[in-house]
Ligand binder design. Sequence first.
Ligand code: ADP
Ligand code: ZN
Ligand code: ZN
Length: 679
Amino acid sequence: MRDLYADVIVDISHEKVDHPFTYRVPEALADTIRVGSPVLVPFGRGNNERKAYVTGLSVTPPMDPSRIKEITGIPDRDLPAEAVLVQLAAWMKHTYGSTMIAALKTVLPASRTVRVRTRKEEQAEPAAPAAPLSLSDEQEAAASGILADFDAGIRKTYLLLGITGSGKTEVYIRCIKEMIARGKQAIVLIPEIALSWQTLNRFTSHFGDRVAVMHSMLSKGERFEHFDKARRGEIDVIIGPRSALFTPFPNPGLIIIDEEHEGSYKSETMPKYHARETAEELARLVPGGASVILGSATPSMEAMDRVQRGEYGFYRLTKRLTGGTLPGVEIVDLREELRSGNRTPFSRSLTKGIEERLGRGEQVMLFINRRGMAGFVSCRSCGHVFKCPHCDVSLSAHTGGRLVCHYCGHEEEQPALCPKCGSKYVSSFRAGTEAIEEKIRRMYPAARVLRMDADTTRTKGSYDRILSAFAKREADILVGTQMIVKGHDFPGVTLVGILAADLSLNTGDYRAAERTWQLIVQAAGRAGRGEAPGHVVIQTYQPEHYAVRLAATQDIDAFCKEEMTYRRLLHYPPASHLLAVQIYAKQAPSGEAYAAELRTLFDGALQDRNGDCTVIGPAPAAIGRIADVYRFAIYLKCADTELLASLKDLAEERINEDRAAGRAGDVLLQFDLDPLRGF
Ligand code: ADP
Ligand code: ZN
Ligand code: ZN
């Protein structure tokens, strides 16, 4: 039998995880030890016995085998939370592609710092304890169904489908309470943007100081403190974005992902994991298993597909519990508007609607679908477009006459004359939030207007400030991007205008229709939350498109059916899987040549697996250059994720070999499984 060697990291909460150490696996333990196993090793000069975790196994020793010490045993305690997280990291590395160190750094809190006051402790007094609500029949069916499964030993994922205000959060709270009663803990993931004080106070009013909140404004020390409390059993519930998934609870029984369709659940750095899939893997790994609840009004195609296959449990909440009826929806064809001489960004119907609302003292929300809406600057005489000198994108006009690149931050003055033809008709095509706000102010000087976008929410607390000002009716009109679609309830809003509903249809990726549909449904859902009935005006150039049409009728099933037909036809996720192999290089030719070599490598590996996997590319990425780095992509389409993982490993091995031999130049590889964004 060949010797087996284990890479281990020692005592992860205290040491840096950068340096794994290699130990020999004694023959008696060869069958027991896996990646993630806790082991005991002699460490340091004194060979003191320390606890460590196995992060990799291999039959080739990295150095002279006689110098390698041996693992002394396995600690006899239960599987601790860290071991589960190390196993999860190994799964993430395998599934999404990254180094083990990068995966470990994603799942483990790596630094211990001084104790600081946590946000929770600062906030300990607000919240008065909430009396439990008696659940509606639909809520009761969902909560008791999920809990009955749990008690019967069934662990699975459930989709809770319901519009905002239909009582999903109340179902979560009931399920969490029941889990705590069973000695379990709960992880609640919420998109960062929806982490408003409203939501948080609701949870603190139920769970008091047994709940902790994670958010990106926390320092490393605060984050660690939360994790430490979880480990010590001092809290039962954690609420936070994606990374809260890695809370080292001793006994998690429930993972909730609210707004599961949100793009922020996918990591943009390696490993590019999706919180939904990772939560499901974590639920499988934890001792005794955990249940997963996904909540959404506009579920992802992934979730709907699993429901239709019968893999997910499914509960629907069909009624709004706080009054208010579903709004009336009207689709306006912008081509018609132009034909009848209306050149403003507001259709006649929307203008009339705004005027009526202002007259009655009701509120209006104007939603601008900003994706794909470049504020680019061009010459009206010769058509010259101002581009970033470092990236393949056009520059955007900003206040103060500056041109800015949104990808690398490059800035320059907007010239008065066109550098190409000398014409003075240089202007920006601006249809973003700022321009709309300006137009609205000019049209209705008496109206109080608020704007919410990336620019106005840069500082801490500004997001909450704008929303609460609007909720308190300190403004009549709120102009904003996707951000205004979520969060607070605005009973005063009786009109929602969606200015360019179909712009996000033209982003060129396979999720464009899904995203557009979600945005329209979510935006429309903001109208009519109070006593007065709501109205929604959807302005579009493609009124016949199914994403627009079926968002207007709020027919989820019909949309999913159409969309799945398209995904199946073109073998896009979730009908199949798509692995983007992303190649970065400082020189275009070296990137291109390396990409071509990888293509040959994939073709070779797939020779006798004809048809199992389609290889597309290499081709320059949609944005071919960012910050002077050239980008190329190869796409692998395949139903079998294991085959994709093996192709990914092959590419990784190749570049590691080439790098060791000095052949890889400055080429970098990244992988994105089932990407959510274009590259
Ligand atoms: P969602 O999470 O789907 O947006 P919530 O759980 O926040 O919905 O519920 C929306 C509103 O309805 C909240 O104000 C909540 O307090 C109220 N609500 C929820 N369930 C009930 C219930 N069973 N009885 C009375 N009010 C409820
Ligand atoms: Zn010109
Ligand atoms: Zn740039």
